[in-house]
Structures are given as structure tokens and as C-alpha cells.
Design a binder for this molecule. Structure first.
Ligand SMILES: Cc1cc2nc3c(=O)[nH]c(=O)nc-3n(C[C@H](O)[C@H](O)[C@H](O)COP(=O)(O)O)c2cc1C
Length: 358
């Protein structure tokens, strides 16, 4: 079979050996927010991916919303992440760090009793995953306008820290209902100041964050993840196509390494999502496009062959198949992922999935 998926691609500064991208995957195995040596092993096992995008990584204590997620705001975290970047580079891999602020998808238990923050004081439906189990989301505190520059500063510091830790670049997490996505959507953003209302206003925080990250890392080492059709974490919008076409037109001018789109998933369709088609996205964005969401090898090849995307990210397949690229090359069978070990725990269901080579 002729393959474009396994052919090289230039993403920003980097010439990568293939277009098989490891999707960002939260695994909640970093007690006290400190990356572990086991994480270095896990990422190094997957280093034949064209590019690894790390699990979502909080930029500040305020940005935390899940137990045992690794941060990038203390010296100890930077030093601990170096084990991962060194291990990936020793296998000739490339790894970007996904920068994360969860916004309202958190709980006072993470903040010494203080409320999580959001664009507006609107509680999401559902439960927070706290260290002592599931608890209903609370109504968050709306951020004051003079707090927003502080958040941009946190992204700036996190970017400096990520580069100091040896990451090859940054992915800004603006998908899946977390803080930057909460600002983009009028279901969660009902501000009446210059950060709410129009498309431009709702995109303002993302633009400011992106500008700050670019100033530190250079646009050619920066990607952005968006989920235009997403409903996860209670996201709604009256006109997602309008919002995202505006945003993609603007982002086209920045010469980013890539844009990463989470396609509509089954759950989004079930929740009656207002789907923004990939064709519309491709039309609106002129740079390199990675897509993700329920792809297998055949569909990935087809999507690239049809010119709808330049690369494809795989989530669950990468959890279960450290040597996914080699398996694709050989058309080898794939391991199944064990969902019970996705979040938390240790080596089981993490570093013990077999490779073909054993
Ligand atoms: C266990 C798990 C953890 C995830 N963590 C993240 C994350 O940290 N950041 C993110 O942007 N998406 C995250 N996602 C979403 C995946 O990156 C991906 O978009 C999703 O799994 C769909 O792709 P797939 O069908 O290839 O798995 C996660 C998904 C799973 C299953």
C-alpha cells in the first residue's frame, strides 16, 4: 500500500520521519505534580512517533484540575521533566509539551478551598475528579479583567520552563472545554468586557497567550489544539462555525508549526453538537493541519491522501501500542487498550504493553 502517513513531514523547525503523531494523553501518574522516571520510560517507548505531544500539563497551581497531573511551574518539575525529554531524544524522537489551564474544570479541593476560575460564573454539568473521588462541579469565580495578564504571564513562564526542560516545542491546549476553550464559547463566556461578546473578544485571551508563547519559543515551535465540534466538559456555542472560521483565518497569519484539530467524536454527535466539518477547517486555515479522533491507519491514510490533513494523531492506539509506527509499517495486529488503567496507577497498563520486538 502506498503510504503518505509514513512519509516525512516538516512541522515548523522540525523535519519529522513520519506523520503519525502521539496525541496528548493525561495518565495521572505524577504524584504531587512531579514527573517520574516511569513517565520517561513510557514516552521513550513511543519515540518512533513523528512527534509526541505530552499529556496536558498545568502552567500554574490555579490551572490544576485533576490529581497527579505533572506541572511545569516549579524548578523541581523542570528538572524532573528533563528525564523525559532526554529519554525521548536518546531515541531520536521529538516531543512538544501541551500547556494546560483547566479553568472551571476543577474543584476547591485543589485550591485550598478557593473557587476555580472561569470567564463567567457558570457551573459546568458533571463531576470533578478530586483526590478523594468524584464531586459535583461548583460554580466558578469569574476572572477579573486585571487577572488575565497574570494568566498570560503564567503561560510565558511555563514556556520558558518547557524549553529549559528540553522540550522541542509547545502545544497550547485550547480544546476540550478547558480555560481557553471556555473563553471561545458563548455557552461558558458571557462577559460584557473586551474578552466577551464578539468573536474577536472571545478569542482575545487565546491570541494574547499565543503571542506570549511565540515571543519565547518562536512560532515555528508552537502548535495549538482546538476542538471546534467538541461538547466535552459541557461546551456549547451558538455559532461554532462562525467562531472557528474567524479564529482559523487569524491563526493562519502566525506561521505556527501546526494546528491540531480534534474531530467530532461519537459523544459530540450524541450530544447534538453543531459539527464544524474538516473541509471548512481546511479551507479556513492555510498552515499544517493535524487531525485526531477515532482514526485508524486506513482512515488516516485516506484523510491525508484526500488532502484534508497533513498528519494524524492517535490517542488510544498509542496507549496500547508503543511501536505503533512499526506496526503500521508491517500491517501488524494492534494491542487493545485497557480502559481501567488509563488514569492513575503505575506500570500496569502504562509501560507494559508489548512491542513486536518484545
Ligand atoms: C486517557 C485519555 C487522556 C487524554 N488526555 C488528553 C490530554 O491531556 N490533552 C488533550 O488535549 N486530549 C486528551 N485526550 C484526548 C485525546 O488526545 C484524543 O483527542 C482522543 O483520545 C481521540 O483520539 P483517539 O480516538 O485516537 O483516541 C485524552 C484521551 C484519553 C483517552
Amino acid at each position: 500500500m502506498s503510504t503518505q502517513l509514513l512519509s516525512p513531514i516538516q512541522l515548523g523547525l522540525y523535519q519529522l520521519p513520519n506523520r503519525v503523531i502521539m496525541a496528548p494523553l493525561t495518565r495521572m501518574r505524577a504524584p504531587n505534580g512531579i514527573p517520574t522516571p516511569l513517565m520517561a520510560t513510557y514516552y521513550a517507548q513511543r519515540a518512533s512517533a513523528g512527534l509526541i505531544i505530552s499529556e496536558a500539563t498545568p502552567i500554574s497551581p490555579q490551572g490544576v484540575g485533576y490529581p497527579s497531573t505533572p506541572g511545569i511551574y516549579t524548578t523541581q518539575q523542570v528538572l524532573a521533566w528533563q528525564q523525559t525529554t532526554d529519554a525521548v531524544h536518546a531515541q531520536n524522537g521529538h516531543i512538544f509539551l501541551q500547556l494546560w489551564h483547566v479553568g472551571r474544570i476543577s474543584h476547591p479541593d485543589f485550591h485550598n478551598g478557593a473557587l476555580p476560575v472561569a470567564p463567567s460564573a457558570i457551573a459546568p454539568e458533571g463531576n470533578a475528579i478530586t483526590p478523594s473521588g468524584l464531586k459535583p462541579f461548583v460554580t466558578p469565580r469569574a476572572l477579573a479583567i486585571d487577572e488575565l495578564p497574570e494568566i498570560v504571564k503564567d503561560y510565558r513562564r511555563a514556556t520558558k520552563n518547557a524549553l529549559a526542560a528540553g522540550f522541542d516545542g509547545i502545544e497550547i491546549h485550547s480544546a476540550n472545554g478547558y480555560l481557553l476553550d471556555q473563553f471561545l464559547r458563548n455557552g461558558s463566556n458571557q462577559r460584557t468586557d473586551s474578552y466577551g461578546g464578539s468573536f474577536e473578544n472571545r478569542a482575545r485571551l487565546l491570541f494574547e497567550v499565543t503571542q506570549a508563547v511565540i515571543e519565547i519559543a518562536g512560532a515555528q515551535r508552537v502548535g495549538i489544539r482546538l476542538s471546534p465540534s467538541g461538547t466535552f466538559n459541557d461546551m456549547t456555542d451558538s455559532d461554532p462555525e462562525g467562531m472557528f472560521v474567524y479564529l482559523l483565518n487569524q491563526l493562519s497569519q502566525l506561521n505556527l508549526a501546526y494546528l491540531h484539530i480534534v474531530d467530532a467524536l461519537e459523544g459530540d454527535v450524541r450530544h447534538g453538537a453543531n459539527i464544524v466539518n474538516l473541509e471548512v477547517i481546511r479551507q479556513a486555515y492555510s498552515g499544517k493541519l493535524i487531525v485526531c479522533g477515532g482514526y485508524d491507519q486506513a482512515r488516516a491514510e485516506q484523510t491525508i491522501a484526500q488532502g484534508k490533513a497533513d498528519g494524524v494523531a492517535f490517542g488510544q492506539l498509542y496507549i496500547a501500542n508503543p511501536d505503533l509506527v512499526e506496526r503500521f509499517k508491517l500491517n501488524a495486529p494492534l494491542n487493545d487498550a485497557d480502559t481501567s488503567t488509563f488514569y492513575g496507577g503505575e506500570a500496569k497498563g502504562y509501560t507494559d504493553y508489548p512491542s513486536l520486538k518484545g
